[in-house]
Ligand binder design. Structure first.
Ligand SMILES: [Mn+2]
Length: 358
């Protein structure tokens, strides 16, 4: 198991590689290239430069989060083949600089959604929050505008301003698409890229939909164990795997996260785990809490134990943290609370690992 930290390059992050290196137990970062438009090839030189910058700080770049999927692929348009070719080229270039795992999602139009990015919590900290009624009463472009304008000046992955004008048109497009058609567009993509993921030894790891329930009548598919089984069966290669995000799946209280960890970990299909906690106010309203079990609704000990029991040798990162100690950072991605989360998870891992051997 390797503990890593999400990091945004090109000065788009308040957290530095040097700070990340000083977090005990940290081996690398999950990096990205936000400047490259979705669908374009990530050039080899740019990949090398980013890898070199990260290596120079004493960290690895074995995970990319994310290489986003062009909307034409999700829509199943004829133009998708060109974007799939580009995606394969990107997988190849990333493999050449040592990348072992690519996280991505297959959510239509809207990436993750929250009603507040800096919601005040009772202990004086601030965290991301989701209130279902607040989200559904807005139209998606209003949500997009409000998320972008409240992001503190940092880019929001998935909510790039250039995507917003197209959003209304895309929303319309999906209203007539069945879930079956959406699954088949996903299969088309997987069957095209997975042979190359195998060839270049890069594990593909899909992130669950966040939140894991339908919004605005858009297809949502990676939401629970049953749908994940369907997804994995679309292409049975081990290279077709998961980023198991406990916070995203755990937003639905019906999801048994330790059982999900165990089932798909035993299949060797979890390549990357995002581990964080959520605190519900009602089944569809929640705050993102500190990582500790006692701070939220998820039992982190049972989750880490389940993952450990599968012989997991992939990557783990703490997921969103709160803003604590007066920190001003990109929403969910400050230094302090995530560093606490990482070391809490490493502590659980060490205890579980040693007890399993004694
Ligand atoms: Mn996540």
């Amino acid at each position: 198991m390797k503990m890593i930290f999400r990091w945004f390059p090109y000065g788009d992050d308040s957290v530095t590689l040097e700070q990340i290196k000083q977090i005990p137990g940290m081996t690398g970062v999950a990096a990205c290239m936000p400047k490259i438009p979705v669908g374009e090839v990530w050039g080899l030189e740019a990949c090398q430069a980013l890898r070199d910058e990260i290596n120079k700080a004493g960290l690895e770049m074995e995970v990319i989060e994310s290489v986003n999927i062009h909307e034409d692929i999700k829509k199943g348009l004829k133009t998708r083949d060109k974007y799939i070719e580009n995606y394969i080229e990107t997988i190849k270039n990333l493999s050449l600089v040592g990348v072992k795992c690519i996280c991505y999602n297959f959510m239509p139009v809207i990436d993750w959604a929250r009603s507040e990015l800096f919601h005040p919590l009772s202990d004086g900290s601030f965290g991301m929050a989701y209130r279902h009624d607040d989200v559904v009463k807005l139209d998606p472009t209003t949500i997009a505008d409000s998320m972008v304008s409240n992001s503190g000046g940092y880019s929001l992955p998935g909510w790039e301003p250039e995507r917003i004008p197209q959003m209304a048109l895309d929303m319309e497009f999906y209203q007539s698409m069945s879930t079956e058609e959406y699954w088949s567009n996903m299969k088309y993509f997987l069957d095209a890229i997975i042979p190359y993921a195998e060839k270049y030894d890069v594990k593909m790891a899909i992130h669950p939909d966040d939140p894991p329930w339908p919004l605005f009548n858009l297809p949502k598919v990676i939401t629970n164990a049953e749908n994940i089984r369907t997804f994995l069966a679309l292409n049975n290669s081990k290279y077709n795997g998961l980023t198991l995000c406990t916070g995203s799946l755990g937003s639905n209280l019906d999801n048994d996260i330790p059982a999900i960890m165990k089932e798909f970990g035993d299949m060797g299909r979890i390549h990357f785990a995002h581990i964080r906690n959520v605190k519900h106010l009602s089944p569809k309203d929640f705050d993102e809490s500190a990582h500790l079990s006692q701070c939220g609704d998820l039992d982190m000990f049972e989750i880490v134990k389940a993952l450990h029991s599968t012989g997991f040798d992939g990557y783990i990162r703490p997921d969103h943290g709160r803003m604590i100690w007066g920190e001003k950072a990109r929403a969910g991605y400050g230094l302090y609370d995530r560093a606490l989360g990482a070391n809490y998870l490493l502590g659980l891992w060490e205890a579980i690992d040693k007890m399993s051997k004694s």
